[in-house]
Design a protein around this ligand. Structure first.
Ligand SMILES: NC(=O)c1ccc[n+]([C@@H]2O[C@H](COP(=O)([O-])OP(=O)(O)OC[C@H]3O[C@@H](n4cnc5c(N)ncnc54)[C@H](OP(=O)(O)O)[C@@H]3O)[C@@H](O)[C@H]2O)c1
Length: 230
């Protein structure tokens, strides 16, 4: 996502806890800054937005992409596990969106687009793979997206969600693999017959961030090769 936004001309601030990986990524891009940030920590979130403003003097977009997934049957899911997923996948995006929106409102001429990375699991169950906390957080993020879009339209801030299908990543390691390996219920259930590739999200992300989507807000854009058609 950072590479896609950068290729579209953005200066990018990348944030996560493992800062060395971020520095390597930022080093590849023409204009990028790496910030160590645990999105669950108030002070880290404030510092992230302040760093972006100090470094670039504006804030055109926010992509809430950090997420966690802890699968398991609901009957055995500890409340603490459920709560942790809500904290990272739902509370942190809300808090970051509020900080970003405040900054965007004070900066005339900013593009003012927030993109929340939800999941198709915010639109359906994860069956056959049980995951109550994840589904609740991602469905909540879609509701939050609609509500923030409704409240902040008058400030010309657009808020949309992306709902990816199945993509190889650290999160899905063990379920799907980078060479396209996946259980039949995934590939057989996907009309396009394959997993997502990282670049499949580029166009959707850049669209939502850019003026091409100037009248699009409160929308959830599904990028899943058709999985949710079935
Ligand atoms: N892969 C899929 O098939 C799929 C499908 C639908 C939706 N999604 C969503 O897409 C997003 C990215 O997932 P992914 O598949 O790329 O998973 P991933 O490889 O596990 O990446 C998750 C990212 O979130 C960061 N992160 C996790 N906890 C954090 C925290 N407390 N503070 C800051 N950063 C944190 C991680 O960096 P650090 O560990 O360094 O902090 C990592 O960069 C998630 O929101 C996920 O739910 C993924």
């Amino acid at each position: 996502m950072a590479r896609a936004a950068s290729a579209a001309g953005a200066s990018v601030v990348v944030a996560a806890r493992r800062v060395e990986r971020l520095r390597d990524l930022a080093g590849e891009l023409p204009s990028a800054t790496a910030v160590r940030c645990d999105v669950a920590v108030d002070e880290d979130r404030v510092r992230l937005i302040e760093t972006a403003l100090d470094r670039y003097g504006r804030l055109d977009g926010l992509v809430n992409n950090a997420g966690v997934s802890e699968p398991g049957p609901a009957s055995r899911e500890a409340v603490e596990t459920f709560r942790r997923q809500l904290e990272i996948n739902l509370v942190a995006p809300f808090a970051l969106a509020a900080l970003a929106a405040r900054a965007m409102r004070e900066l005339p001429g900013s593009a003012r687009s927030i993109v929340n990375v939800s999941s198709i699991m915010g639109l359906r169950s994860t069956a056959p793979m049980p995951e109550a906390g994840y589904v609740a957080s991602k469905a909540g993020l879609i509701g939050l997206t609609r509500e923030l879009a409704s409240q902040w339209g008058r400030h010309r801030i657009r808020v949309n969600a992306l709902a990816p299908g199945f993509f190889p990543s650290e999160m899905t390691d063990g379920l799907v693999s980078a060479d396209g390996g996946a259980p039949h219920w995934i590939t057989g259930g996907t009309p396009l017959g394959r997993l997502g590739r990282p670049e499949d999200l580029d166009g959707a992300l850049v669209f939502l961030l850019s003026a091409a989507a100037s009248f699009v807000t409160g929308h959830t854009l599904v990028v899943d090769g058709g999985f949710t058609t079935r």
